[in-house]
Design a binder for this molecule. Sequence first.
Ligand code: MF3
Ligand code: CO
Ligand code: CO
Length: 254
Amino acid sequence: MVSIKTEKDIEAMRPACHHAADTLVMIEPYIKAGITTDDINDLVHEFTIKAGGTPAPLNYHGFPKSVCTSVNHVVCHGIPANKKLNDGDIVNVDVTTIMNGWHGDTSKTISVGAPKIKAEKVVETARKALQLGIAQVRPGATLGDIGHAIQNYVEGERMSVVREYCGHGIGRVFHEDPQVLHYGKPDTGMTLKKGMVFTIEPMINMGKPDLKILSDKWTAVTEDSSLSAQFEHTLCVTDSGVEVMTRLEGRTPF
Ligand code: MF3
Ligand code: CO
Ligand code: CO
């Protein structure tokens, strides 16, 4: 069942969404060769607690850290560890903040130092895939329209869309209905209505879409070890279209 949020609910979600977005702005200057993913975790954790929030990943279904950090061929749900980033790596930082009982969820893939050409290509493809998905959102469009826009673009770039994970409804609950697939056919699936709040978060692989889960039960990696990138926003359907709730006024949007 898909919940419809009132104007009041959406207003109540803004602090969590803005804080998650602020966290990505805070962390970006620290993403340099030599920083560990544990350092990223500690910075995100402190920043969230100081603002009166709670990092949603911590203890979520047993996840042991406060943020997901997914490096190079890691598709998603990378667990921060005592592992240094190197120049040329790409790392997705996925932040979810709880404030006043509401969730805000956003992620971006950041290059460490100067990006290699291949890395830049997959990062830019993932970024544009999210934008094209968002551009479909308005009352009367369907979830299939979003998935199709993403899949059509990504496969045209000879890259692939991960199938095992999807965007999701979000609110007082971290992951709720609907499932927002990043592939599909136009005019299929649920019709969007004003007040629906969900994420779009395509995971894009340079090689094949297949993945495997490491023995830690969380870390998803590409089966062919190709690079993977992801961007994520939390958004709501408005009267006239879409509001990207994790996008900050006056900041470089992604
Ligand atoms: N933030 C992820 C998402 O976009 C979910 C992470 S769940 C965790 O849905 F437990 F790994 F943190
Ligand atoms: Co997320
Ligand atoms: Co999400």
